[in-house]
Structures are given as C-alpha cells and as structure tokens.
Write a protein that binds this ligand. Sequence first.
Ligand code: BDR
Ligand code: CA
Length: 315
Amino acid sequence: KIPVIIDTDPGIDDAMMLTLAFASECLAVQLVTTSSGNISQDKTNYNARAFLSYIGAQVEVARGLEHPMFKTLTVAEDVHGETGFGQTIFPTPQLPCSERPAVQAMVDVIQKSEVPITIIATGPLTNVAALLFAHPEVKSNIKQISWMGGAAVGGNMSPTTEFNAYVDPHAAAFVFQSGVPITMSPLDVTHKAYITLEEAQAIKALNSPFANKIYEMLTFYLGMMKKTPFHADNYDRTMRFHDLCAVSCLITPELFKGADYFVTVETTGEYTAGTTVVDYEKRSHHMPNAHVLYQVNRVGFVQQFIDAVHIISER
Ligand code: BDR
Ligand code: CA
C-alpha cells in the first residue's frame, strides 16, 4: 500500500476525491489535513470530519492554516455553496479535530514512516509550503506531492490562473522550487476528467444513502457550472472531477498521460499572479521539477469512481 497524507479543502470534488482514496485498496491514508480554500478553514475542517465520519473512516484530521501566505483568502462558495457541500447535509462529525496542528501532525507522521510518504494535495498549497519551509528535514522522507492545481493553458479564476494556485501563489511557488518530486494534475487534464449527467445515473441507480448524497452534490455542482458558459461545449452538462485526478493517477497511472516539465509560479503579475508557468516547449533550459498530466482515459476514470461509490456504499 502507498502511505499517504491528504491535504484537502472539501469542497464537493474534494469529497469525491476522499471517496476514491478511502475506497482504494492501494492507499493507506495516515492523516488528513485541511487547507483553507473553497471555504474557510472552520468549514473545510468541519466538512472533512463530517464526510469522513459518514463513510466510517478512522483517521486523524488536523486543522491547517487559516490564511494564504501573503494574500487574503479567496473562497469558491459560488461553486461549492456556502457550506462547501452544496445543499447536502451530513450528520455532526464523530471524528474529533486533532490536537496537533496540521504542520506538526504532518511532520510527526512523515518522520515516523518507515517508507517515504506521498502527499496528496487538492487545495491551495499553504499547509504544504509551511511544512517544507519550517521542516526541510522531512523532504527526504517525502516520495512525492500529487497536487491538483495550476494550468499549462488557460484558467478558471483568471484567463491564465487556476483556483488552487490563485488562492496562494506564494505557497505554490515555494513548493515547486522545493526539490520534492511533484505530480501535477492541472486543468489541462482535469477538464478532460468529467462525468456526464447520463453516466451519473449509474450512481443514482446504486440507490444507497451514500450514493444519493454523492449524486445530490454532483448535480448541485453541475448546476453551478452552468454559470460559466465560456468553457467547452459540454461544460454545462458535465461535472469536472478535478481533485479526483490527484488520487487516481497514483492508484491507476495507466489511465493518465503526462510528461516532465520545469514549472514556476507567477506571484506578482498584475494579470497573472498564480499562473503556473509550464515550460512545455523546454525553452528555459531548467531541469524538469514536475510530472505534468495532460490526458486521461475518461471512461476508465469514471468507472473507477462509480466503483468507489459502490464500495463505500457497501461498507
Ligand atoms: C480546484 O478548485 C476547487 O474549487 C476544486 O476543489 C479544485 O481543487 C479546481 O480548480
Ligand atoms: Ca479542492
């Protein structure tokens, strides 16, 4: 099993990502930490504990930092709703919030691990950057960071900027120059990793309380997508499973295509702060620092998620 720490800001697609991570036989989730992003830290931490309690996960959930390094927090309540889970309600969490703050919990787990740990990050990189800044000694026991964020081309916050990178560009810049191997799932791949409303009927058909909640969140998210008509033709009929890619590429790398590039993050551009600058034409002469995914076998990916909802429903 691959030992992992998950840093997340649930968030509808973050909940989908947790579904796959906890259904998978290939991962051993050692710790979940919450980042501020889609919604405030209070809400992401509550949501992570509520969702994980609901699916019966036994895992430590630690509270992350409140604010990005140098910017004020931008949230995405327009996409995920005020609570972060659309209109879907989960019972009050059974899982407590850890007494250790996220960075301390990460350090302890990484140092204790006999094999190098993989960090899955599906929100702004504030906690991960703080970890690497304050405790560079743990780098040697981190196998890689699998991050959903950034874009080689385009954006969803500005013409060139993806949300997770936009919220904390300084953190992203710090992580990309840290020397820790990175697998990046940018919008270039996550926009191809969608489920159609027709395919989602297979989730509805499972007809378990859990599957019904997933379907409800999915259709809420899809409703919000209709407000962004400048995207691809089918944008209003499909849900992008952005965060799921950061897990799926670890357990089924054969579903993805990517290549190694040098990536930097713009922190100060008047129009481009948060832009991940992917040197895909190899013009900078820097050694690659990230494996950047750009293609996914969508049918296999969707089936994997449906199977995960089924597995959790049966527990
Ligand atoms: C990312 O932004 C968030 O809204 C999603 O959870 C995902 O992590 C996509 O740009
Ligand atoms: Ca997220």
